[in-house]
Structure formats: C-alpha cells, structure tokens
Ligand binder design. Structure first.
Ligand SMILES: *Cc1c(COP(=O)(O)O)cnc(C)c1O
Length: 414
C-alpha cells in the first residue's frame, strides 16, 4: 500500500459476517466482464474439486511437505505427474512454488549457484534473454545481484538469436527463451538458443509459465509447436504455472530441473540456529496446504483425457475470438503460437477502445510495444463471455471510429 494521510485502523469491535459478506459481494466483478481477471480457470466442476480440496487443507501447513509424508507424498506425486509432461530424462525432477515469479527466481538462483561451480565468472553474472521475456526475470536478477541483458527482437517479434549470441560475454552464465512469451504469445527460437547454450556451456532456462501445461496437449491434438522442453539438450530448467493452464487454484507453480544434480543447486538449507536444518520446497516457509492438495486433486480429477479435452476447448475459444475480432472492421488479431490472444487496431486509437470497454466494466490487459490487447483465454471462456465480448468490442470500436468515445484506457500488464 501507499502511505495514507487518513490512516484506517481496526474497528473497535468485530463486524458480523453478514455485514462483511455484503461488502465482499459489492466488490465482486461482473461474472462476464470480469472474466479475464480470473484467468486461468477450467469449467465449474473442475473449479469445485479444487475448492473442496483447498478448503479441506486450508489451515494445514505446506511447510511440512519435505518432512511429513501426509502432505509430502501428495506434493511429490503432483510434481511427478507434472515432470512426466516435459519429456523428462530419468532423473528430471521439480519443485512447487507460489507462482511463475518464484519459479523464475528459483531457476536463476540455481543457475547462479551452478555457475559458481561450473562456469565461474570474474564479474557480475549476466543473463541474456529476449526483450519480450517476463519482468520477473529483471526482478529476480535484482534480488540475486545479477545483470540482466535484454536483447532486441527479430522482425517477427521472436527473440533474435544472433543478437543473443552477440550479447554473450565472459560474465554470461545463462540464456532464457519463452514458450511462449506473454506480450505476443510467440515461442522464441528455442532450438537455436539451446544450441547456443550448449556451444558456450551456459545454463538455459525456458519460461513456459503460461504455455507449459497447455502445450503438451495442444501438440497431441496435432498442432505443431516448436520443441520447447527437455527434448532440447540445452534446457536445464523450466518454469510452468499450474495456476495458469494447469487449472489449479492459485498460488501454485512449478520449476522443473533437467536432473537431480541441478536441483541440488536450488536448495538453501541453513542449520545455524537452535532448531536444526531448515529445508523448504522453495523460497517461502509457512504456506497453506490448500493449494498442494487442490493441485493434486485437479490433476487427478482431469487426468490425461481431461486436459486433452480442455486444450481442445481453449483452442476453439481462441479460434472464435480471433475470427470474431478479425470480423470487426478496424481491428486485427495476431497469429499467436499459443496464448494469449493478442489484437490491435488498424487505425483507431486502441487506448480509446480499451477506455470504452473499461467504461462497460471490462478489465483488460495490454501491451504498448506495439499497442495490443492480450486476452488470457482459458477453458472457462464460454459462449456467453465470447459473444458479449465480441458484441461490445464491435460496438465500442465503431464508436471510437466515429469519434464518439475519447476516454483513454491503459495498455498495460496488470
Ligand atoms: C504469468 C507469467 C509469469 C509470471 O507468473 P506469476 O505466476 O504471475 O508470478 C512469467 N512468465 C510468463 C510467460 C507468464 O505468462
């Protein structure tokens, strides 16, 4: 929060749930127009399974998962189910985390520790990655005392591997590619980045936060995607969010390691206090057991065929949105490799279009370079959402074109 001059304090006496519930309900976004803020969700029956498991273990402490089998077995099985999707080697493994940002932090931390042993550098360790990579990489580098080197994109908005190669210097320890990146939904040239990593003996991380739990099923539905996982020899770690297209309740993500030997660089387990070794799954200590059990139940409830079916639904919803947007005069949708859907305007002011949609109650994510709106399509994106969105988008775009709307919205992430 920001500093406030009218500081609020605890109510003198407790407030009844009835009153609180009324306040909570008043704050809820419209089911349809608030849809994109809830991403990513599966259809209601899947959400309910997650909710039930979550509440059942809400007060249990995930802290115990490396110590007590009642939760540890569940988390390990969850991780094994996850790792199995990424073309693992015999000892590929993973850790759960609170989200993509933590998964990325953990991967860069492990890379830094690995480099101390396997690629010692004299200066500040550097990470080279395309400009379109998620800001969590910049944040992690800041925390970890590393330098981030973002390189120019190629004309097709994918990372330019030659620019990355040119940026590799004596202090470089790792390369990163996205599968896909958020702003454009495009895969970087991961095969070439992997070759570059192998050539220079660098760690390579693939950010599959948004695509990781969708891509394996999309591939099996017959849609070609570039190789992005442990099939590529240079890939040492992958971030993939269960709370995105794995449909698990937030907060739940995974960081996957090519081998157990790499995972050992992840753990920091101090013993310098009175109560023995402190070994945690990731960065956080106490955490709700809810997300752990909810993830296990969601994966089991859907199973392989369930994820395959939902991947088909996501692709259908994406197709309908892309076709519908292209049918609106003045707008154009990109050919993204996977998600999100990204669309821009051919001439009208996209900020005004977002302003008009915001005035109707929609909450939209966008991108400035170039101006785009990003739609996080999921398996809960049903006909009511798609039809209402397209109708109102067509109406607002027409009004902007005729100069009837000039309120500006923001094209930003979050
Ligand atoms: C969402 C996302 C992240 C960050 O994940 P959080 O769970 O929001 O911390 C990182 N990279 C990509 C490509 C993402 O889509």
């Amino acid at each position: 929060m920001t500093a406030s001059t009218t500081r609020r304090s605890l109510p003198a006496d407790g407030v009844t749930w009835d009153v609180l519930e009324t306040e909570m309900r008043a704050r809820r976004l419209d089911d349809i127009r608030g849809h994109w803020t809830k991403a990513f969700r599966a259809p209601r029956d899947v959400q309910e399974v997650g909710l039930k498991a979550y509440t059942m273990f809400l007060s249990d402490n995930g802290f115990f998962s490396l110590y007590h089998p009642y939760i540890g077995d569940i988390e390990q099985e969850t991780l094994e189910m996850c790792v199995s999707l990424f073309h693992p080697l015999a000892d590929s493994c993973g850790n759960t985390t609170s989200g993509g940002s933590e998964s990325i932090f953990c991967a860069l931390h492990a890379a830094r520790e690995w480099a101390r042993e396997h690629r010692p550098v004299k200066g500040v360790p550097e990470i080279v990655l395309p400009y379109s990579a998620h800001p969590a990489f910049s944040k992690a580098c800041h925390y970890l005392g590393m330098k981030i080197v973002r390189t120019a994109l190629a004309a097709d908005y994918r990372g330019d591997v030659q620019a990355m190669a040119d940026a590799v210097g004596p202090n470089t320890i790792a390369l990163v590619g996205s599968a896909p990146c958020w702003p454009y939904g495009l895969y970087d040239r991961l095969e070439d980045i992997s070759a570059l990593a192998v050539q220079h003996g660098l760690w390579m991380h693939v950010d599959a936060c948004v695509g990781g739990y969708l891509a394996p099923f999309v591939e099996r539905l017959g849609h070609a995607l570039p190789a992005w996982d442990f099939r590529l020899p240079g890939v040492q770690s992958i971030s993939a969010d269960l709370h995105k297209l794995g449909y698990c309740p937030k907060p739940m993500s995974t960081v996957l390691w090519r081998s157990a030997g790499l995972q050992k660089f992840h753990y920091v387990s101090p013993v310098d206090w009175p109560a023995g070794e402190y070994k945690m799954m990731g960065l956080v200590g106490s955490r709700s057991g809810g997300p752990v059990f909810a993830a296990w139940c969601t994966l089991k409830y859907l199973g392989d065929s369930g994820y395959l079916r939902l991947a088909g639904q996501v692709l259908d919803a994406k197709r309908r949105l892309v076709d519908g947007i292209r049918a609106i005069e003045g707008l154009d949708a990109w050919d993204t490799d996977l998600l999100p859907v990204a669309f821009g305007s051919k001439g009208d002011d996209l900020e005004a279009i977002v302003g008009g949609m915001t005035a109707l109650g929609w909450v939209l994510l966008g991108n400035y370079e170039p101006p785009l709106v990003n739609l996080p399509v999921d398996a809960a994106t049903d006909d009511a959402v798609i039809d209402t969105f397209l109708d109102e988008l067509a109406d607002v775009t027409g009004k902007v074109h005729r100069g009837e709307i000039d309120a500006k919205g923001e094209l930003r992430y979050g």
